[in-house]
Design a protein around this ligand. Structure first.
Ligand SMILES: Nc1nc2c(c(=O)[nH]1)N(C=O)[C@@H](CNc1ccc(C(=O)N[C@@H](CCC(=O)O)C(=O)O)cc1)CN2
Ligand SMILES: Nc1nc2c(ncn2[C@@H]2O[C@H](COP(=O)(O)OP(=O)(O)OP(=O)(O)O)[C@@H](O)[C@H]2O)c(=O)[nH]1
Ligand SMILES: [Mg+2]
Length: 436
């Protein structure tokens, strides 16, 4: 027998209203026991709820009848006055009536298990709740709509089509098999390989929108990195002193620029040091610079053509800091330069604008939906490798191509949860909040 579950779907604590969500075969009996009868499906009704003779609340009650509900089961919502005592009384009554508090993500998990959505859509529900920027919300909504799932399903259809062509040839073996295959399945696999490669490439973008675009401040000691960091995050987050070598640890701050999530990192000034603590700081700074999506190379007037140059890549930006003390004049190897001063505020607005347009360039693709999760990207890579292997096998050992294509189809089916569900369910739903 399937449990009937309940959870508070609104944040805990005092509020205007508190919404309890119920799902499972025992919903109707529970509603009747609470005194909520004669409810028309999907029509809100005001009912006095009580249990064991105690009046709980005058509530707004909604009832959905299976399968026409979020989970696909009988469900209900109790919209209560949002006081702690009311919430507590309702919670106790529901437990007394045999309902069980839901696990994180359990409503969405049931929606998935009842075929109301696939795994990629369930992940989108969690992403939408976690979204803090407009770009994150837009990306999650695209995935919730099923656009991403449809893309994956299209890839899988192409794989199965190629597989059918390969099997048809192999079933009628003759001298011409390799030639025929190269003519029929070859072009299908070439196109599919290109599509999968493009999808994998959007994965970097999708993950950056979801998890934050990584920008790192890097430069000589005393160049003004921490001062610039503080100016961008608008608080005195990092220690600033005239002493060279002040910053040791990498300091991260999350900000939103132009609707995109950004993680900005302040780092230790790059120089050789006998101090093991500083040397470790410099090592960490280098690692971060290496991993970053964008490096801001911070250079003050008079800074030598320093070590930072080794870590800066095409497309990075030179921050000519302390512009109040004079213009920076150095070779920039084709990198753009922006003069800033945290003393006067010069250039700070321009810097934000510059970053915003860089984010728009790197992250807003016309080819939404982007692949948003590492889990998807890894499966797509697996599919891509198998398709490439199948393509190579066509000419030499066509019977191997069939196995490769079956592996590719499996990898794609795992993304949407068509197969291999049990291994990934825990991973996907454990990050959900209770009540979702
Ligand atoms: N109060 C409330 N607001 C909410 C939700 C909810 O469950 N309750 N949602 C949940 O997270 C989201 C909306 N998503 C939903 C998706 C499908 C159904 C649903 O009952 N579908 C049925 C009936 C459709 C209809 O009314 O015509 C169906 O598809 O058969 C409900 C909510 C956001 N807002
Ligand atoms: N005049 C002027 N001084 C600045 C400016 N920015 C930073 N400074 C000063 O430069 C010194 C070093 O600044 P920090 O921000 O600590 O430099 P840093 O690059 O973080 O230095 P390390 O952490 O040692 O690598 C401090 O005394 C700051 O007050 C600026 O725009 N104008
Ligand atoms: Mg510093």
């Amino acid at each position: 027998m399937i449990d009937t579950i309940f959870a508070l779907a609104t944040p805990p604590g005092r509020g205007a209203i508190a919404v309890f969500r119920l799902s499972g075969p025992g919903v109707e009996a529970a509603l009747t026991a609470l005194g909520a009868t004669r409810l028309k499906p999907r029509i809100a009704s005001v009912r006095d709820l009580s249990h064991a003779g105690d009046h709980i609340d005058q509530a707004l009650v909604l009832r959905f009848v299976a399968p026409n509900s979020y989970t696909g089961e009988d469900t209900a919502e109790l919209h209560l006055h949002g006081g702690r005592a009311v919430v507590e009384a309702a919670s106790r009554a529901l437990i007394a009536l045999g309902l069980r508090p839901a696990d994180p993500g359990e409503f969405t998990r049931r929606a998935f298990q009842n075929g109301r959505m696939d795994l990629a859509q369930a992940e989108a529900v969690a992403d939408l709740i976690d979204a803090e920027t407009s770009a994150q919300a837009k990306q999650a909504l695209g995935q919730l709509d099923g656009k991403l799932s449809e893309t994956y399903a299209g890839f899988r259809r192409d794989v199965l089509h190629a597989l059918a062509l390969v099997e048809a040839e192999i079933d009628f073996p003759d001298e011409e098999v390799p030639d025929n295959l190269a003519r029929t399945a070859g072009p299908v696999l070439n196109r599919l390989g290109g599509d999968l490669r493009r999808a994998v490439d959007t994965g970097r973008r999708g993950e950056r929108v979801r998890d934050g675009y990584r920008i790192v401040l890097i430069g000589e000691t005393n160049a003004g990195k921490s001062s610039l960091f503080n100016a961008l995050v608008a608080r005195e987050a990092a220690i600033v002193t005239p002493i060279a070598g002040t910053t040791r640890d990498v300091l991260d701050a999350d900000l939103v620029i132009g609707g995109y999530a950004v993680t900005l990192s302040d780092t230790a000034g790059l120089r050789d040091s006998d101090d093991p603590v500083e040397a470790e700081g410099v090592r960490r700074a280098r690692v971060r610079a290496e991993q970053a999506d964008l490096r801001l190379w911070v250079r003050a007037p008079g800074d030598p053509d320093g070590v930072a140059a080794n870590y800066v890549k095409d497309g990075d930006l030179i921050m000519a800091t302390k512009s109040d003390l004079g213009a920076w004049s150095g070779g920039a190897d084709g990198l753009e330069t922006l003069a800033v001063s945290t003393a006067t505020g010069e250039g700070l607005i321009e810097l934000r604008d510059w970053i915003a347009s860089r984010l728009a360039r790197d992250l807003s693709g016309a080819d939404f939906p982007a692949v948003t999760q590492e889990r998807h990207r890894l499966r797509l890579l697996e599919a891509l490798e198998s398709v490439d292997a199948a393509r190579a096998a066509l000419d030499v050992a066509p019977e191997m191509a069939g196995d490769d294509l079956r592996r590719a189809a499996d990898a794609l089916a795992r993304v949407t949860g068509a197969i291999g569900v049990e291994e990934i369910l825990g991973e996907v739903f454990s990050t959900f909040c209770i009540g979702k």
